[in-house]
Write a protein that binds this ligand. Structure first.
Ligand code: ADP
Ligand code: GN1
Ligand code: MG
Length: 370
């Protein structure tokens, strides 16, 4: 993770078409990948305008130009659909603010890539579900996002992170990290390593079904955690899906599953007290209902039947990714304290274990909605 100076931020602020005079900036949100700032500007009429400025993580997104092409393509498309349905395109999708030279991003002297968005006002992004209704509304919104993009030309999308949810390939990377053990941490996490190895089978399920053409590739979000959606403060509705860096062809079950691993957990992703971590079956059902509704009848019976598998695969994959990063020296996910990636890994594995205990119940829940 590269450092970032105040001067670098102020220089980037200068490059975009913001309205008004710059007042202040602060680091913002809890994303694990990009560096996000909230900017405050004031117009001549004394109106306050706020914006999001991000330094993109070019170690992870190695082709930021292609990434921005995806985002501009998808958001332009969404804006048309939203307007056609009488919605507010400024609020219901992220809106990229161009740089003063007309480009959709700015590259600074250090070859860092920056971008800017309108700040979605009167909305919140949540780190944990506060009420089942919130979770339901987020499910409807993520499902709707998938439906809105159902006819998007998938072939025009760049693969921003190759093999992003190729769980089998991620297992291979994990094994290599264990073998190399560059930080000499492997011995201390033997139970977690064994947990993964014992469940290698999980990593193959979706790849095999795709190969047999039993499940379709769709344009999906691929990073559907609760804090990647803005909820309207007044109505509690999920209004805008954000963090579009990984919109690519993917699986409906994975979008469902990633939301479950984060939102149906009874604790935060990095909770250290594992006795607090469970997969809540009421929340699982609430999300199932909302997601299927949001997808608007487009999911096949097979996809619905596989939703519990999506939850298990995504939770397992995410835990394995946190563990891999811990073994490799915390180079991928941002950490705010030593051992945080290991704590994150442990919550995910506790959830996988809990889902294994509740497997029958999960199957019965989705059956109600087939
Ligand atoms: P990361 O890839 O690091 O997760 P995100 O794009 O998700 O970055 O942004 C991090 C956080 O910043 C989000 O979880 C959300 O709280 C906030 N955020 C991002 N974009 C906006 C926006 N347009 N309006 C309001 N808040 C935003
Ligand atoms: C990252 O960008 P963010 O914080 O919304 C990650 C997801 C993980 C998640 C775990 C591009 O999401 O895949 O599931 O952390 N995003 C990327 O919290 O790797
Ligand atoms: Mg995010």
């Amino acid at each position: 993770m590269r450092s970032i100076s105040k001067q670098q931020i102020l220089n980037a602020v200068e490059q975009f078409c913001f309205e008004g005079i710059y007042q202040s900036h602060e680091t913002f949100g809890n994303g694990h990948i990009n560096d996000t700032f909230r900017l405050v500007f004031q117009t001549e009429k004394q109106e306050t305008k706020r914006y999001i400025l991000q330094r993109m993580n070019k170690d992870i997104f190695t082709k930021p130009e292609q990434l921005m092409e995806n985002i501009v393509g998808v958001t332009s498309y969404l804006k048309k659909t939203i307007a056609a349905n009488g919605g507010d395109p400024k609020r219901e999708t992220v809106n990229v603010i161009p740089a003063k030279d007309g480009m959709m991003y700015y590259v600074d002297a250090q070859k860092e890539y920056w971008r800017a968005f309108y700040f979605i006002e009167d909305a919140v992004s949540l780190e944990q579900v506060e009420t089942p209704e919130d979770f339901y509304e987020s499910a409807v919104a993520f499902g709707r996002f998938q439906r809105q993009l159902a006819d998007y030309p998938a072939e025009t999308l760049h693969e921003t992170i190759p093999g992003f949810h190729d769980t089998k390939a991620r297992f291979a990377v994990f094994r290599e990290a264990v073998e190399k053990d560059v930080c000499q941490r492997a011995t201390s996490v033997k139970p977690e390593i064994d947990f993964v190895i014992k469940r290698e089978q999980i990593t193959k399920v979706f790849g095999d079904l795709l190969a047999k053409k039993e499940i379709p590739l769709r344009v999906t979000h691929n990073d559907t955690k609760l804090n990647n959606i803005m909820m309207d403060k007044q109505t509690g509705k999920g209004i805008c899906v954000i963090d579009l860096d990984t919109v690519m062809p993917g699986l409906a079950m994975n979008d469902f599953g990633d939301s479950i691993r984060f939102g149906a957990s009874t604790a935060l992703e990095d909770e250290r007290d594992l006795t607090k971590v469970w997969c809540d079956m009421d929340l699982f059902e609430v999300y199932t209902r909302g997601f299927i509704k949001g997808c608007g009848g487009r999911l096949t019976r097979r996809e619905i039947e596989l939703l519990p598998m999506g939850a298990k695969v995504m939770t397992f994959e995410c835990g394995m990714r946190f563990l891999t990063d811990y073994l490799q020296g915390d180079t991928y996910f941002k950490i705010h304290r030593p051992g945080q990636n290991l704590d994150r890994c442990r919550t995910q594995f506790k959830l996988v274990w809990d889902m294994e205990q509740k497997w029958q119940t999960m199957q019965e829940i989705v059956k109600k909605y087939e």
